[in-house]
Design a protein around this ligand. Structure first.
Ligand code: GTP
Ligand code: MG
Length: 643
């Protein structure tokens, strides 16, 4: 377990860590000369049961609050150091605020330098500290009066820290997120970074993504507490020697991420809690410095709520970062002013893919409120209750950094009637109420369409989407169509979608004529007669022949190649099979014509028909030796295979 420190300058953090562990964490010459901590320091305390406590020493100087913030990121427990002679000072307050913004769970108070004050003052300080803590989230924090120089009180504090319980998390099953605060060249080894593994498990040889750069790096070796190890898991601090990156490409504040995790984001919505003592005026467009892990980035704020924005209150905002950061759902951020003098607020990240439109609408605020739920499945369940469209579980699993299977299992355990539509691993999910509502919506639009266009056999998928559910993405809609087809709510004939009861029927005369036409077209195979020839052969008006064939085209019974030229399905299937066999993956027009044995002009007309319906796509351009290229690429080989 890692324990952070906090506290005003010179209150004795470094001396206390030395007394607890025997390690002097102020190792830089400048730190020695000035007698203050500038960079983060680390020390380890092994316990008799084999566990190791890691301490992060942070600077107390007001100029280095951002370094302290980096040190407080991702830790569970902290020791707030308060010198008995000084008492509560400005950075005591500011650091405690940062610990609570970072959601550090447990706090212990070390009242140091008690050798410098009278015993009455120690009691008075304890009372003073208790009264102050009572107004914060750490009212129950234990206070240990100590003198680091003499060792008085140190054993009791050490024992208390070693006995702190480690919380049980699911972090090990999540994707790797490793934040580093130091990078250097380790002699004889190479580029090395050291930091905290927030989630996941690391193993020598793993390939990770360096974020936000996007480079892939390999872990050559892992070093924890001065020895090489093969693996390490969430919650531990370690050093990693990397392959595949130069020293000048890495800097403190970057992350190493599991390869499947999403790209960094530039915009996110968050719930802010304003610092107790901030006098800042909160307004739309306010520029602030966002601290995330060991990274800092300027951002512009959009206030999503009409609240008072008073000290200590909370409100929803959108942060627009000047550079992308690898932020995830429920990450903690700290907001400071641009000059780096004041801590303004802390934030809980709610959505790293906020919609561009309607960001201040009440519906959106309800969604963000739902996303404040502590557990991912609780948040998703509430989102499902608010949803007007199926939810992409895949997208949420990524921004929450939870395994999809884990989320799915939790959701199904809580709501057994949840419906999952799985297409290409997308896993869209919805509650039965929404399924009914979407079905009604679909039916109303289909009924209206069939009423208005009684002569049409149905509607294309894209047109139906724009009509019935314009807010659904084409991917989601095609998944819904699949689902409705399976349920028999919707029927597909050729490329047309229609209501189950809808049939475009022929009159008796038309039906009789069709029964004569089909065998002629089938016999014509790759070169069937034109409408004019059919009219002559059957002694019928051309207009009637055309009318029947057009109607049957719409019903998917025959295919129209060009005006007045129709092919029987059997011929089209045979032609499509030739196309599929020849396209490797490109199809050459000349070869196609030679094989079917008809004129070049007709061969092209047939291929243009296949382009139109989506079997092939035409590719024109400059070929080898300056020859003009005219070829086809196969797009959807299944199109005519099961008709
Ligand atoms: N008498 C006495 N002096 C102490 C005690 N703890 C620390 N000091 C002295 O206080 C001074 C500051 O101690 P540090 O441990 O460097 O304080 P710090 O909190 O780490 O300071 P920064 O890192 O700069 O914020 C040093 O001169 C220490 O010797 C203590 O318990 N008793
Ligand atoms: Mg120090």
């Amino acid at each position: 377990m890692i324990i952070g420190t906090a506290g005003h300058i010179d209150h004795g953090k470094t001396t206390l860590i030395h007394a607890l562990t025997g390690v002097d964490t102020d190792r830089l010459p400048e730190e020695k000369r000035r007698g203050i901590t500038i960079e983060l320091g680390f020390a380890y305390l092994p316990s008799s049961d084999g566990r190791v406590l890691g301490f992060v020493d942070v600077p107390g100087h007001e100029k280095f609050v951002s370094t302290m913030t980096a040190g407080a990121s991702g830790i569970e427990q902290a020791v707030l150091v308060i010198a008995a002679d000084d008492g509560i000072m400005p950075q005591t307050r500011e650091h405690l605020g940062i610990l609570s913004f970072m959601a550090v769970k447990g706090l212990t108070i070390a009242l140091t330098k008690i050798d410098r004050v009278e015993p009455e003052l120690i009691t008075a300080r304890c009372l003073e500290i208790q009264a102050w803590l009572a107004q914060t989230a750490y009212a129950k924090a234990a206070i240990f009066p100590v003198a680091a120089m003499t060792g008085s009180g140190i054993p009791a504090l050490r024992q208390h820290l070693l006995a702190l319980p480690e919380s049980i998390t699911t972090a090990a099953s999540q994707g790797v997120r490793f934040a580093f605060d130091r990078c250097f060249i380790l002699t004889g080894q190479g580029v090395t970074v050291s930091g905290l593994l927030h989630t996941g498990q690391l193993q020598v040889g793993d390939l990770l993504k360096l974020s936000p750069l996007g480079l892939t790096v390999r872990i050559r070796s892992i070093h924890a507490q001065n020895r090489a190890v093969q693996t390490t898991s969430a919650g531990s601090r370690c050093g990693l020697v990397l392959v595949g990156v130069e020293k000048d490409q890495i800097e403190r504040g970057q992350w190493l991420l599991a390869n499947h995790l999403p790209a960094p984001c530039e915009r996110f919505d968050a719930l802010l809690t304003l610092a107790q003592d901030t006098a800042h005026r909160w307004r739309e467009g306010l520029q602030v410095m966002v601290h995330h892990g060991a990274a800092r980035c300027p951002a512009r704020l959009i206030l999503l709520e009409d609240t008072a924005w008073q000290p200590g209150t909370s409100g929803l905002v959108q942060c627009n970062l000047s550079e992308p950061l690898p932020i995830f759902w429920h990450d903690r951020i700290v907001l400071r002013d641009m000059s780096g003098q004041h801590t303004l607020a802390g934030g809980l990240v709610l959505d790293v893919m906020p919609p561009l439109r309607g960001r201040k609408k009440p519906e959106r605020q309800a969604i963000l409120q739902a996303l404040t739920a502590a557990q991912p499945e609780q948040a998703l369940l509430q989102l499902l209750r608010l949803a007007t469209l199926p939810l992409s579980l895949q997208a949420w699993a990524l921004q929450m950094n939870y395994p999809l299977a884990h989320l799915l299992a939790e959701l199904q355990a809580q709501t057994p009637d949840i419906q999952i539509m799985d297409q290409h691993g997308q896993a869209w999910c919805l509650l039965p109420e929404l399924a009914v509502q979407l079905h009604e919506q679909l039916q109303a639009h289909l009924d209206y369409f069939h009423q208005q266009q009684a002569d049409e056999p149905g509607i294309s998928c894209e047109r139906l989407r724009r009509m019935a559910l314009p807010n659904a993405s084409p991917d989601l809609f095609s998944c819904l169509v699949e689902y409705w087809l399976q349920q028999g709510i919707l029927v597909q004939t050729g490329s047309f979608l229609h209501a189950p009861g809808h049939v475009l029927s022929l009159t008796l005369t038309e039906q009789q004529l069709w029964e004569q036409l089909l065998p002629i077209l089938q016999a014509g195979r790759f070169d069937p007669p034109w409408v004019r020839e059919l009219a002559e052969q059957l002694q019928q008006p051309e207009s009637l022949i055309r009318q029947v064939l057009c109607k049957q085209t719409r019903r998917g019974e025959v295919h129209q190649i060009v005006h007045d030229l129709f092919y029987a399905p059997i011929a089209i299937q045979a032609l499509a099979a030739i196309v599929c066999a020849q396209a490797q993956p490109l199809l050459n027009v000349v070869n196609f014509r030679n094989q079917i044995g008809i004129g070049r002009k007709r061969a092209i007309q047939i291929l243009e028909f296949f382009d139109r319906v989506g079997l092939t796509r035409r590719i024109v351009g400059e070929g080898a030796q300056g020859k003009r290229r005219d070829e086809r690429l196969l797009r959807n080989p299944q199109l005519f295979s099961n008709n």
